[in-house]
Design a protein around this ligand. Structure first.
Ligand SMILES: C[S@@+](CC[C@H](N)C(=O)[O-])C[C@H]1O[C@@H](n2cnc3c(N)ncnc32)[C@H](O)[C@@H]1O
Length: 350
């Protein structure tokens, strides 16, 4: 046995274990509003943060210590002061920033909660259904995907299709399929007030959240329907259909893609946004690939297999994405050149 190789692996294992444990404390800090309280504030000692937050001193001390040791906070050891650097606050406290990452910490415990069900399914078949992940999964997805969609969709992603933008500005009917709690619907409705945006999702909790948010945002050009994508009404049709992080999750991807084609007007465009992945495992042997396969095992694949579905998994790659779209009847399939670490963008039509 190569002891050096073993020690390197032990280091790698403990680094991952540390990350997993620290993320639990990040989830607590997020829930108690600690990052928002510390954002933009001057460095201060424990007594100050206890007074400012009203939190229990012993808990706060341990949480601040964890986050300082992990490098989330800065600790001035000479004066015992804790602070949150602005650069970290953008990722942890500012949900309007495209760099906000903290929603992942809400999603991870929901993924861990599925471990017994996934282990059972790995032995016996089946899977863990979407609804069994609970509300933190729905909110965690919205908060993890939301910052990119809210900020980049209309500023960076759609401008790669200027003809589509011109139609949206003129006023067309748009469907966002698998809309979750409505991030993309709201972003499109705000940027293109002349267009009408309908969000469809099979999950009742997601639609309930989306409708609540629609009410508080007072947008007159949005609506939400709880229905499976295969049943979206064909009349009146849509000029633009979007899916964000949806197709690989589906029980029956081909019938859904076929339905999307049927509800699109003849000149219409479908924008399919899916996790970035190569076509083969050999292309995905890096940390982003590990995250994609892990998310897939603990969520994407299992919630499809729970209903006897295709279980495509999140790392299904552009070749299969194109094959599926062509099998559903689409004639045109192009990957759009948009720089993004998480998503691949496909323009589909015909
Ligand atoms: C990973 S989430 C993405 C949500 C949202 N698009 C986003 O990016 O935040 C996938 C969504 O697809 C929905 N979904 C799954 N199967 C569906 C189906 N057959 N019809 C409609 N929605 C479906 C789920 O309920 C879930 O909200």
């Amino acid at each position: 046995m190569d002891k050096k190789k073993m020690r390197v692996f032990m280091g790698q294992f403990m680094e991952m274990t540390t990350g997993a444990a620290v993320m639990g404390v990040v989830a607590v800090a997020d829930r108690i509003g600690l990052f928002r309280e510390m954002a933009g504030a001057a460095p201060a000692d424990l007594d100050h943060w206890v007074e400012a937050t009203g939190l229990q001193p012993r808990y706060l001390e341990e949480i601040l210590s964890t986050l300082s040791a992990a490098g989330f906070l800065e600790f001035d050891a000479d004066q015992d002061l804790f602070s949150l650097p602005d650069e970290h606050a953008a990722c942890l406290a500012d949900e309007s920033s495209p760099y906000c990452l903290v929603g992942w910490s809400q999603m991870l415990p929901a993924l861990y909660g599925a471990i017994p069900g996934v282990a059972h399914a790995a032995r016996e078949g089946g899977g863990v259904a979407f609804a069994d992940f609970g509300p933190d999964m729905v909110e965690g997805i919205a908060r993890a995907n939301g910052p990119g969609i809210r900020v980049l969709l209309t500023r960076k992603w759609l401008p790669a299709m200027p003809d589509v933008v011109a139609r949206l500005e003129g006023g067309v009917r748009v469907a966002d399929v698998g809309c979750g709690s409505g991030e993309a619907v709201f972003a499109l409705a705000k940027a293109y007030p002349a267009s009408t945006i309908v969000g469809y999702d099979i999950d009742s909790h997601s639609i309930e959240l989306a409708r609540g948010r629609a009410q508080s945002q007072q947008l007159s050009n949005v609506s939400f329907e709880q229905c499976s994508a295969e049943s979206i009404p064909a009349e009146p049709g849509f000029d633009f259909v979007t899916t964000f992080d949806v197709i690989h999750d589906l029980v029956e991807p081909i019938p859904v893609l076929r339905r999307i084609r049927e509800v699109l007007n003849p000149e219409g465009t479908y924008l399919m946004v899916e996790p970035v992945a190569g076509d083969a495992l050999a292309e995905n042997l890096h940390p982003a690939g590990a995250l994609t396969y892990a998310m897939s095992t603990l969520h994407c694949m299992t919630q499809s297999l729970a209903h006897g579905g295709a279980g495509l998994g999140a790392a299904w790659g552009p070749r299969r994405a194109e094959g599926h779209c062509r099998e559903a009847g689409f004639g045109e399939f192009d990957r759009i050149d948009v720089e993004n670490a998480f998503n691949a963008f496909y323009r589909v039509s015909g």
